[in-house]
Design a protein around this ligand. Structure first.
Ligand code: NCD
Length: 305
């Protein structure tokens, strides 16, 4: 169902697609663990075009393609490409599509991946478009919740931090709204989920809005914590005022219910203290590691025979 299709918004992925991705990701995970070589992408090339900083997303996409036996061509620093000469996104994409079978793009402007998909003869994967979305992150986030808690339905999920500019939350809230979950957003009033994302939730879907972590700390099953997105603020004084609004330390963790999990798309700044890393609740490094099997599943479903 994902075959030959672009993945720009999480809305491009149906609930059935999600189930299929999770199933394939489980088998990819098992192959990685067994050390078995998988060569299903032997003659395929993936292009990664990153117009914005990335560590995990680019490395895990490239690792995934390498593990599948495919090849990767990349522009990791657009100042070294013709973009710095003034080439338009449309032209760069046309070229990349003629050199590869699949394009993974990250761009500072919301809507850039959608635009790229219009000019590309190959499928486009959105690896983050400004303050828009980050759909593949969402798929690995959901996969992580399912793996760690056994299921997604029935859980209480707190989305914490910069919900205004944080693209991972935008895709995640749209996806979570399809499940039977309680969603609580926790942020300063200035950093709430933008209205245009709330308007896309299914009619009648309730989301609780809180300013303080105290409101959920003792009963949420998942704490999805995000970084204040410094690079999106036009006023850096505003950023400085809001940084540190939420900080999870060991004392916060001691108030959480047993078995609850703390997630973060990473990188973190100071919203989760290093002392939390050693608690059982901390799942953000596992979450990041899940990026490889999930992206292997996505690549193989989009490009597979
Ligand atoms: C996120 C992103 O780029 O949106 N990082 C990631 O891909 N794991 C989160 C962030 O930068 O805060």
């Amino acid at each position: 169902m994902l075959k030959n299709r672009s993945l720009v918004s999480i809305e491009d992925v149906s609930s059935e697609d999600l189930e299929e991705i999770f199933r394939v990701a489980d088998s990819m995970d098992a192959s990685i663990r067994s050390g078995k070589k998988i060569s299903i992408m032997d003659n395929k090339i993936m292009a990664t075009l990153f117009y914005e900083a990335s560590t995990r997303t680019r490395l895990s996409f490239e690792s995934a393609m390498n593990r599948l036996g495919g090849s990767v061509i990349t522009v990791a620093d657009t100042s070294s490409s013709s973009v710095s000469k003034g080439e338009t996104l449309a032209d760069t994409i046309r070229m990349a599509a003629s050199y590869s079978d699949l394009i993974v793009i990250r761009h500072p402007l919301e809507g850039a991946a959608r635009l790229a998909s219009k000019f590309s003869s190959r499928p486009i994967i959105n690896a983050g478009d400004g303050s828009g979305q980050h759909p593949t992150q969402t798929i690995m986030d959901l996969y992580t919740i399912k793996k760690e808690l056994g299921k997604i339905d029935g859980k209480k999920i707190a989305l914490v931090g910069d919900l205004r500019y944080g693209r991972t939350v935008h895709s995640l809230i749209l996806a979570l709204a399809r499940f039977d979950v309680e969603i609580v957003t926790v942020s300063p009033p200035e950093l709430r989920v933008p209205e245009h994302f709330v308007a896309r939730l299914p009619a009648g879907r309730k989301v609780k809005v809180k300013d303080s972590l105290d409101a959920v700390v003792s009963d949420a099953d998942v704490f999805y914590v995000t970084r204040i997105q410094k690079e999106r603020f036009t006023d850096q004084n505003e950023y400085k005022r809001l940084i540190g609004s939420y900080s999870i330390d060991k004392e916060t963790v001691s108030k959480m219910k047993k078995g609850s999990i703390i997630m973060h798309p990473l990188p973190r700044i100071d919203e989760i203290k290093a002392e939390v890393d050693f608690t059982e609740n901390a799942k953000y490094f596992k979450q990041a590691a899940n990026g490889v099997p999930v992206r292997m599943a996505l690549i193989s479903l989009i490009l597979g025979e």
